[in-house]
Structures are given as C-alpha cells and as structure tokens.
Design a protein around this ligand. Structure first.
Ligand code: ADP
Length: 642
C-alpha cells in the first residue's frame, strides 16, 4: 500500500461543515462536483497515461466461473486526475450483467465512460451523493455493467481524490455481490449492536454509580463506534448529507479513540495525577491531538505507527500498575493485551510486512469487540468492589451511629441520674437540717423554761429534754444509715443467724413505747445460715419492726407482727405481716420515698425509715413489695437473692 500526505486546505471550514452536516443528517447532498466532458484532448491524456490496462479476462458463465475480478489503480498525486482505461470482453454464449464496485468507498469524484459499438454510456459517482439517492444503496461506489454475448467494451476511468490512495475495483456477479455483502452487513450488525449494548449499559451504570471513569469509557466507545463506522463506510448511512467528510470524521474519531483509551487506562489504573507517568500520558494526548489537527483528512503510515504505539503503551501501563490496583486491573490488562495482539496483525499488513487481506480488515473488529468484553468485566469487578465498599461503609456508619446513640443515651441517663441525685441531696440536706434543728430548738426552749421559771418541775423538764435528745439521736442515726447505705462501698459478707438477729432487735425495742402491747411471732423455714452484711439486713428488719409498733391499730385489742422467713428458688423471702392501721391505696407507692411522712403520728419522725429499707434491700440486690388495707393491716415482702 502506498499512502501519501496530501495538500490540505481550510481545515477549520471543514470542521465546521462536518459539524453542521451532523446537525442536519438527512438533508440531501449536492452532487455538483464538476463533470468533465470526454473530449478528444482528454482521450489523448488517457492514452498517454501508463495506467492503461487491458482487462479481458472476465470470461465464462457468470454463475459458475469467475465471480470476482480485481483491478488496482494507484494515484501518486492527488492534485491531478487519475486516468485509466481497460477493456472487458464477454466471450461467454450469454449476455452478462456485472456489478462494478470500488472497494474505496470515499472517492471524491469518479467518472466512467463505457464505450460500446452502439455508443458511449456515462456513469459517475460523487462523494456528495447521499447514500439513499444512489441506484444501488450501498456504501461503496457501485455500478451495473451489462455485456452482450461476445461483446467487448472499453472502460475509461477518471478518479479524483483529495488524498493519494490505492483504488481497488472489482467485478462481481450479482450473486457473489449480494451474498458477500449480506454476510458483511450481518457481521457489522453484530459488531455495532454489541458496541451499542456496551455503550447503553455504561450510560445506565453511570446514572447509578456516578463514576467519572465511565464518562471517559463512554467517550472511548463512542469514538470507537464512529471510527469503525467511517472506516468501513457504514457511517454513510448515518450521515448521508455529510458523506464527503467521511475521511475527516474517520481521522478525528480515530484520534479521539486513541486519546480516550489512553486517558481511560490511566484513570482506571488510578495512576497518581501528579506523577511523572500521568504527565507522560498527558504529553502523548497532546501530541496525538496536534497530529490529528495537522493531518485532518489524511491518513499516513505514521498514523498507524502512532496508533500501535498508544495501544502497546496502554498495555504496558496495565501490566506496570497491575499490582497497585485491585483485581479489576487483571481484566484491563487482558483486554489491552488482546487488543495489542490483534492490532499487531492489522499493523503488519498495513506497513507492508504481510499482504493485506480479509484477516487484516476484520482483525480490528475482533480486537475492539474482545477489548470491550474484557473492559466490561473489569468494570463489573470495579462496581462490585465499589458496592461492597459502599455497603461496608454504610454498615460502619450505622454501627457508629448506633454507638453514638448508645453513648448519648448513657450520657443522658447519667445526667438524669446526676440531676436526680443532686435534687435528692438538696432535699436531704434541707430536710436533715430541719429535722436536726427541730429537736434542738425544743431543747433550747425547755432549757430557757428551766432557767427562767424556778417553779417548774425540773425532773419532768429533764425527762422531756432526754426524750428530745433520744429523738435527735434517732434522727441522726437515720441520716447516718442513709449516708452509709447510699455512699458506702459494697456490703461486706458475714454469716448471719436470723434467729439471733430477731432476738437482738426485740431486745432493742423492749423499752420502745407500745412494744409491750404487741405480739411478735417468728416462723423460720430455713435452716442454713445466710451471708449478708449485718448493718444492711439489720436496717431492713429494724425499721419495719419499728413501723409495725408505731403504726399499730390502737383500737384493736391485740396487735401483732408475724415474721416469716423462707426460701423460694434462689431467693430468701422475709414477710412482715401486721394488723396495724394499714396504708391508703394511693399512698403505698409514696411510702418508700425519702422524707415521706404519711401519718399524723409520724410528724416528729424523719420519714426515712422505709427509704432506708428500700436502699438496703436494693443494696442486697433484692426487691420489696407492700400490700396494705386500711384498718386491716400491712404486709411487707422482702426478696433477697442468696
Ligand atoms: P416514718 O419516719 O414516718 O415512719 P417511714 O418511711 O418509716 O417514715 O414510713 C413512711 C410512712 O409509711 C409512714 O409515715 C406511715 O404513714 C406509713 N407506714 C409505714 N409503715 C407502716 C405500717 N406498718 N402500717 C401503717 N403505715 C405504715
């Protein structure tokens, strides 16, 4: 193949026109490129040219014998017309209809004079002709040539093209023409259908994943589709009104394809944008862009060198950065290796090391399809990983949120507890000082009475002071118990004989007013000794016994307190049942509160007794419940784990 640089004019104007043509796709083109009249002078030129070829080997019956006959013309100078002449002879015994076809689909001007005995027939082709206006709607210039039995015709060719190329022409029977192109269009359909599928799935993926690497890949596929369409001529169906710009579109999309492939590889492989390698990539991108702008419509052998270099460079990048990226780079490297290998086949035939053939033409289709399959796999891996990472991130966020929520809840709870404790402490201090002040004031008053009034009975006075002092002592004892239970360390473990404890408390209350009118009964259905802190268990027992005496029903003839101790599972149950005054139903909840006094007789008391009991029970890890009925009596049930 001989490819030459052509003189190029008005690149900007062409670019603009191409763009405008895309905007009005199906506007019919103007086929008004000048038609040269065949004059005797021109026949002279034609005769003088070295391209005059005798072509008389189309022989035999069309359906059985020769189906294709090929003729190649070379144009070295695109500024001039290429003139050629050859003869075709039908030496079969029937008339034949041939299809004359140019394999180069974008010849700018092609005039054919068919000279017969009965006159000259004129056929022409212009690249401005819309594909839909052609006699045979095919992407290549195609003509019908009819030969009578034993007829010889002379074909005169004028070829004009802006670039220097080789122009292969073939004669085909109708059967071979239709069967060849049916198969070819079918393959194109499969190829472009596949690329469109990849393109659409990439767009859908982009909508879902918003991964910017997909935008470059979309651009890459678009440029691949465009390049291939204008490489094989199918693009003429897409832009029938811009067919004369086919070469320009082909070269620009070819450049876009190389650039986007390079950028996509770099970004997919997560090459650091500040690294020297990324700068090299950008340099190649700039060079390729300049190259395509300089050449525009022309294709030189350097274009293929450059293209092959970029593909091999991308492959090298994939292997070089293979280990630094996740497993999806594996597919990327495979895809690029495949493309490199297949492009190499195409490349060696282009530079002339091997004769070009169908394998060289179709290898690029295979390479691009294979590359896209591997790239699709690489993208799937990438999105799978992204989804997994996102899922993990979300899970981590959820766990963190939960942790924060739990922490906030704990802090809020602690705050509430602190607030409650602070309120309780304030109340405690206020009430404690009040409870201590009361008896002290009374004692002070009694002392004043004794000092000022000598006639007063001093024995009685001292007795009263003693009583108040006892009250004071009891109050201080209660306050002390609260502090001890609330703020002391966990209770110590001591062996306790419940019978002895009971007796000890009975002895203590012997002198307590009202004790003598009470009947106490102890039922212990539990033989083993229990291990509790003495002070704590004593606080429970003592306060409940004291209350039973204090709040006995004086109207009843016999007052009693029955204490039953027994085991239920791993719980020790102590039941205190009295037949005292009982507690109104709406007050049973309140009796365990600090400083709650629910009775006229308890005005002088601290209101701490049952609060101490509750604190002590909770300190032992147990629970206390109460059942009471006004006028009938009260039962406290203490459950402590043993
Ligand atoms: P206080 O110092 O007033 O006795 P407590 O906390 O011991 O304080 O008792 C709170 C209130 O519960 C008492 O004022 C009383 O009204 C009621 N109460 C406690 N025990 C009995 C009981 N056994 N029978 C009737 N009422 C009781």
């Amino acid at each position: 193949m001989r490819i030459q640089r052509k003189p190029n004019a008005y690149p900007l104007k062409k670019l603009l026109l191409t763009f405008l043509s895309f905007c009005c796709l199906y506007v019919s083109a103007d086929p008004s490129k000048k038609i040269i009249e065949l004059s005797p002078d021109l026949e002279e030129v034609l005769i003088d040219t070295s391209y005059i070829v005798e072509f008389d080997s189309v022989q035999g019956k069309p359906a059985t014998v020769l189906t294709v006959h090929k003729r190649l013309f070379f144009n070295q100078d695109p500024s001039k017309n290429l003139w050629a002449k050859f003869k075709v002879h039908n030496n079969s015994d029937t008339s034949i209809s041939w299809i004359l076809l140019s394999h180069f689909y974008s010849i700018d001007e092609l005039d054919i004079w068919v000279k017969r005995k009965r006159g000259t027939e004129f056929l022409f082709f212009r690249d401005t002709m819309s594909i839909y206006n052609r006699l045979i709607q095919h992407k290549h210039p195609t003509f019908n040539i009819y030969l009578e039995k034993d007829e010889t015709i002379e074909l005169l060719f004028r070829i004009k093209n802006e670039s220097a190329f080789e122009y292969p022409f073939v004669f085909m029977t109708h059967e071979s023409f239709y069967s060849k192109f049916f198969k070819e269009y079918l393959l194109y359909g499969l190829f472009y259908g596949f690329l469109l599928f990849v393109l659409v799935s990439c767009i859908i993926n982009f909508i879902f994943f918003r991964d910017s690497v997909l935008l470059i890949y979309i651009f890459c596929i678009l440029s691949q589709i465009t390049y291939m369409l204008f490489r094989d001529g199918n693009g003429l169906y897409v832009v029938p009104s811009a067919t004369e710009y086919a070469d320009l579109i082909k070269n620009l999309s070819r450049s876009a394809m190389s650039i986007s492939l390079l950028l996509y590889t770099g970004i997919f492989l997560k090459i650091d944008r500040k690294s020297w390698m990324f700068k090299i990539i950008l340099l190649i991108v700039v060079l390729r862009t300049i190259y395509s702008i300089v050449l525009l419509e022309d294709t030189t052998v350097n274009t293929f060198h450059f293209e092959f270099f970029i593909i091999v460079f991308c492959t090298w990048l994939a292997f070089r950065f293979y280990s630094s990226v996740d497993s999806e780079a594996r597919y990327m490297a495979m895809g690029l290796s495949f493309l490199s290998a297949v492009y190499a086949v195409h490349y060696v035939s282009i530079i002339g090391w091997f004769p070009s053939g169908a394998y060289a033409f179709w290898s690029l289709y295979l390479g691009i399809a294979g590359e896209n399959i591997f790239f699709a796999l690489a993208l799937t891996e990438r999105f799978k990983r992204a989804r997994l990472d996102k899922f993990r991130q979300e899970q981590m966020n959820r766990e963190l949120e939960l942790l924060v929520e739990q922490r906030t809840e704990t802090v809020q709870m602690q705050n509430r507890l602190l607030e409650a404790q602070s309120n309780e402490l304030n109340l405690f201090l206020y009430s404690a000082s009040h409870d201590l002040k009361g008896p002290l004031k009374t004692i002070e008053g009694l002392c004043n009475v004794g000092l000022l009034d000598v006639s007063v009975n001093h024995d009685q006075l001292f007795e009263m002071i003693k009583m108040k002092l006892r009250k004071l002592e009891s109050n201080i004892g209660d306050l002390n118990s609260v502090t001890k239970l609330k703020y002391s360390n966990p209770v110590s473990d001591q062996n306790i004989d419940l019978k002895l404890l009971h007796q000890d408390i009975m002895d203590r209350f012997e002198k307590y007013p009202g004790f003598e009118s009470m009947a106490f009964e102890l039922n212990i259905d539990y033989k083993e000794s229990v291990r509790f802190d003495t002070f704590t268990i004593r606080s429970i027992y003592q306060n409940i016994v004291e209350n039973a005496i204090k709040y006995r029903d004086r109207s009843k003839e016999h007052s009693f307190l029955t204490i039953s101790i027994y085991k239920e599972g791993n719980l020790l149950l102590i039941e205190f049942e009295d037949n005292g005054q009982g507690i109104p139903a709406d007050k049973t909840e309140k009796i365990f509160e600090m400083f709650y006094r629910g009775n006229e007789e308890s005005r002088e008391d601290t209101g701490l007794g049952l609060y101490i009991v509750k604190l002590a029970v909770e300190k032992l890890g147990g629970k206390i419940t109460v059942q009471s009925e006004l006028g009938v009596g009260t039962t406290f049930l203490v459950r402590i784990p043993i």
